[in-house]
Design a protein around this ligand. Structure first.
Ligand SMILES: NC(=O)c1ccc[n+]([C@@H]2O[C@H](COP(=O)([O-])OP(=O)(O)OC[C@H]3O[C@@H](n4cnc5c(N)ncnc54)[C@H](OP(=O)(O)O)[C@@H]3O)[C@@H](O)[C@H]2O)c1
Length: 347
């Protein structure tokens, strides 16, 4: 009997994103009868939405495969694997995998939306508290061995409690809900923005609004903290530009853990330099690596991390493989898959 083939292409060149041996064992143990598991050992790229250039080994392995598990999927591999029926991405963002053939062909495509929610929510809370407690100023003073209470008690550093803040979270899915839940535990009032508000108010939010531009404009003046956690799609590209930043109240904090394309970074840097905004917590950028010429590097009140907010090796592999293995069972039984990407909506 010919086997049905699953290709696992997760040997990331970054150690924490590379499938560990016990993860490989879990996948092999979960194989239903009649399945062959091919694990590609050649390195792949796990950055952003995933790999653009497939290895020769992965191309070879996928040629007659039915299921592909990788960090996104490159167009070349997709075209050279005509038997594929299901692709699962171990990344949450899917933009680079939505090439025309993927959209047109009847291949199911699932992603890892929500898998990164816990570490990213903790990252966001940490970053926001860093600014609300004036730690940016404290770190500078410490580096200079200076005992100086003046900026904290003289009002130069605006010290606020998170519970006093109104939070606007754009993108109320896996990431947004985990962020909102933690913000509300601190007493903050949290509004979410989602594409389909008719589906209701997810846990952690006080209310949600739809993606209508006027509703967003109307909510910005009430947002002491603006968090971006929506996918990059044609509808969200350039969502927060100069004019929308100018609508935020004085002293607001901007957080981007989604994708760089959602936010105009030059406008953000200007707004912070001019003193209109308190600062920003930035994990993703319009160009990655962030060019050395970016003004964001030099701003004390910008807490900047190099797209690592999701790093959590133990939690990630546990959740990712729980999701994939559950979905593989469903696939074999012919059931509905979790985390199915809406190829036309773009996430
Ligand atoms: N920094 C990182 O390392 C990192 C890690 C993981 C993910 N991400 C990024 O974060 C994104 C979200 O991840 P997730 O796991 O939370 O995905 P998710 O569970 O699919 O959630 C996406 C949310 O965005 C909303 N949305 C879609 N289009 C929108 C629009 N035009 N305006 C406002 N909201 C819109 C969706 O609305 P509905 O609920 O109504 O559908 C949903 O609430 C990913 O696509 C990825 O790009 C970044």
């Amino acid at each position: 009997m010919t086997s049905r083939i699953l290709v696992v292409d997760l040997a990331s060149s970054s150690r924490t994103w590379s499938l560990p041996p016990d993860g490989e064992a879990r996948i092999r143990e979960s194989a239903a009868e009649g399945w062959e598991v091919r694990v590609v050992k050649a390195p792949t790229v796990s950055d952003g939405d995933g790999n653009a250039r497939p290895s020769a080994e992965s191309l070879d392995a996928a040629r007659d495969a039915e299921v592909y598990l990788g960090f996104g999927i490159s167009r070349q591999l997709f075209l050279e694997a005509p038997s594929l029926r299901w692709v699962h991405s171990a990344a949450a963002g899917v933009g680079s995998a939505l090439f025309p053939e993927m959209v047109e062909r009847e291949v199911r495509f699932t992603n890892s939306a929500g898998v990164h929610a816990i570490p990213i929510a903790e990252h966001v809370i940490g970053g926001v508290l860093y600014l609300l407690r004036g730690f940016d100023v404290a770190v500078d003073l410490q580096r200079a061995s200076r005992w100086d209470r003046a900026p904290f008690v003289g009002g130069e550093v605006p010290m606020r409690e998170l519970g006093e803040c109104r939070v606007l979270v754009v993108g109320a899915g896996g990431l947004g809900s985990a962020i909102a839940g933690r913000m509300s535990c601190f007493g903050a009032r949290v509004t979410g923005v989602r594409r389909r508000p008719e589906l209701g108010v997810p846990a952690g939010f006080d209310r949600v609004i739809g993606p209508d531009p006027e509703a967003l404009d109307g909510s910005l003046p009430e947002a002491d903290i603006l968090v971006l956690s929506a996918p990059q799609t044609t509808a969200t590209r350039g969502l927060i530009g100069r004019e929308r930043l100018a609508r935020l109240p004085g002293g607001a904090i901007v957080v981007n853990v989604a994708r760089g394309a959602l936010l105009d970074e030059a406008a953000l840097a200007d707004a912070i330099e001019r003193g209109g905004l308190r600062g920003a917590v930035m994990d993703v950028f319009e160009r990655e690596p962030l060019p050395v010429t970016s003004p964001l590097w030099g701003l004390r009140s910008v807490l900047l991390t190099p797209h690592v907010s999701a790093v959590s090796p133990n939690g990630y592999w546990r959740r990712e493989l729980d999701l994939f293995i559950e979905n593989w069972r469903r696939y074999v039984r012919g059931g509905p898959l979790r985390n199915l990407v809406d190829k036309h909506a773009g996430y």
